[in-house]
Ligand binder design. Structure first.
Ligand SMILES: [Mg+2]
Length: 216
């Protein structure tokens, strides 16, 4: 079986679709964050990806690694709250596992799995957090674990990503039953029960973009 390759165009399209997602889902993420946080999550993502939108025509000429590094830097520089630094770090480190260097090069699916793992590892490190704390990691961690397990178990690349998205959504749903021990929702204690974590919600939709843009 020849290795499934994700092209440079795929990685550019993901960024374009994340720009659209941040705009379209701004009110929804704000609503979720208003229930248990400070209500800025939708606006923060929107501000960050509007900045990315200003540069995408120029950055699409770069290597995948540098494109994602620039996206991450924009989010780090422009976005407040906790989501900016966390997503910023995710994108900054995302391209590191790619071994080929050219600006036209994409990634093998094995590299893509490492990219996701690298991004999630940096979120864990920077957030000093793990699953079960009502954060974006409740989506990301089961998703990347499922991605690797499915692909190594012989599931095709796109189907493995479908399973990863599904696992991420289950993780997102699990945040309803978690009392936050990180972030602003912490102060709510038991009152946070019943509410989805906004970061876990945006993470699930970001993963869905990575899935939807994959060729069959
Ligand atoms: Mg917030």
């Amino acid at each position: 079986m020849s290795e499934y390759i994700l092209s440079k165009e795929y990685f550019v399209q993901v960024i374009r679709d994340l720009i659209v997602l941040a705009e379209n889902r701004k009110d929804y993420f704000t609503e979720l964050d208003s229930a248990i946080g400070d209500g800025d999550h939708g606006m923060n993502l929107s501000i960050g990806f509007r900045e990315v939108d200003k540069h995408i025509e120029e950055w699409k000429e770069l290597s995948v690694k540098d494109l994602y590094k620039n996206v991450g830097t924009a989010l780090l520089d422009k976005v407040g709250g906790s989501s900016g630094p966390l997503y910023g770090s995710f994108f900054m480190k995302f391209g590191l596992p790619i071994k080929k260097k050219g600006s036209e090069e994409g990634a093998t699916f094995s590299e893509f799995i490492e990219m996701m793992e690298t991004g999630v590892a940096i979120i864990k490190k920077r957030g000093k957090s793990t699953t079960g704390e009502k954060t974006m990691l409740d989506t990301f961690v089961p998703a990347v674990e499922t991605l690797r397990a499915e692909y190594e178990g012989g599931t095709s690349a796109k189907e493995a990503m479908a399973k990863a998205v599904e696992a991420g959504k289950e993780g997102l749903e699990s945040t309803r039953n978690i009392v936050a021990t990180k972030g602003r929702a912490m102060r709510l204690g038991e009152r946070a029960i019943g509410h989805l974590d906004p970061g876990a919600a945006s993470a699930a939709e970001i993963l869905e973009v990575f899935y939807n843009d994959m060729p069959d």
